[in-house]
Design a binder for this molecule. Sequence first.
Ligand SMILES: C[S@@+](CC[C@H](N)C(=O)[O-])C[C@H]1O[C@@H](n2cnc3c(N)ncnc32)[C@H](O)[C@@H]1O
Length: 201
Amino acid sequence: MDQLDAAGLGERRERLVARARGRVLEIGAGTGRNLPFYRHVAEVVALEPDAAMTKRLQLRVEQASVPVTVVQSTIAQARLAPHSFDTIVCSLVLCSVEDVDATLRHVDDLLADGGHVLALEHVRGTGWRARMQDASTPVWRHVAAGCRANRDPIDALRRNGFAITDCDRFMMNRTFPIVAPHISAVAVRKGTRQLQGDTNE
Ligand SMILES: C[S@@+](CC[C@H](N)C(=O)[O-])C[C@H]1O[C@@H](n2cnc3c(N)ncnc32)[C@H](O)[C@@H]1O
């Protein structure tokens, strides 16, 4: 991840997370690589189910310039008030959750009216790459902590009631080809007025 962040992913994190506002929930915060980039937000609740990751996440809390509360939990098990977050950040996590539709239903429950989802994810490619992703995901999952390289988080957001208001597709070349295509996207509940400055994909 150090190499990927140095090769441009860190800059992508910074640009996307800068769009967070209000009360923020980050699901699957890992070791907290996004934490230094939160600026003008009221609070970040960082969820992470893995005990070892949570320990490292706690260490990065000190690098944040905003209040951060770490909660060791999956999104399904977290006891959080419905509709209480203005921004929900999914960063390289929708590939890892067991049930992406259930996860996005929880996201929908937790998102406040007018809130937005910020997603930085690797995605399903097209053509030969998609075929390679389909063929290698069963093995890849076992070596990469449950990661499904062939998921399409944009499609998952759309089928779970979100509209994509901004989506930048890019390639990360200093990684395995099956996880090279990425998106950086903003989503809102369908029917929500577009955020200023956002454009349709
Ligand atoms: C690849 S890491 C990404 C970490 C971090 N978000 C980043 O951008 O570097 C995926 C993380 O999602 C967490 N995770 C897996 N399933 C989860 C769930 N159901 N709810 C919340 N987090 C989950 C894993 O423990 C892991 O730390």
